[in-house]
Design a protein around this ligand. Structure first.
Ligand code: FES
Length: 104
């Protein structure tokens, strides 16, 4: 695993997300000031979860509305049944750092 810089703390507001063009893509979420990183691609289809609807520590897929827990990656509602991979996040100064797979 390799630590990569996702953004600065100021660039991602509470309730927002951004997509990193890593392999595989990673989505970084700000949930009430807590930064969380998960696989960006929904486990049901190919939708980007960074484009989903974020509320209450969950993201709802924009395609078929499956919900995932942003802290655990768990699939909470159908049609998704498989969890999302989660990635470690640390704050380094003002930078949000994500531990991505090695090929990045
Ligand atoms: S692609 Fe996400 S619920 Fe279908």
């Amino acid at each position: 695993m390799t630590w990569i810089r996702a953004c600065s703390v100021d660039e991602l507001d509470d309730g927002d997300a951004l997509r990193l063009d890593t392999t595989p893509p990673i989505a970084v979420f700000n949930v009430e000031g807590e930064f969380l990183a998960l696989a960006d691609v929904c486990t049901h289809g190919q939708s980007s979860l960074a484009d989903g609807y974020i509320e209450g520590g969950q993201v709802e897929c924009a395609w078929h509305f499956a919900k995932f827990d942003l802290r655990t990656g768990a699939a909470l509602t159908l049609p998704a049944t498989a969890p999302l991979c989660t990635y470690q996040v640390r704050i380094d100064g003002s930078d949000v750092m994500v531990e991505a797979p090695d090929e990045n």
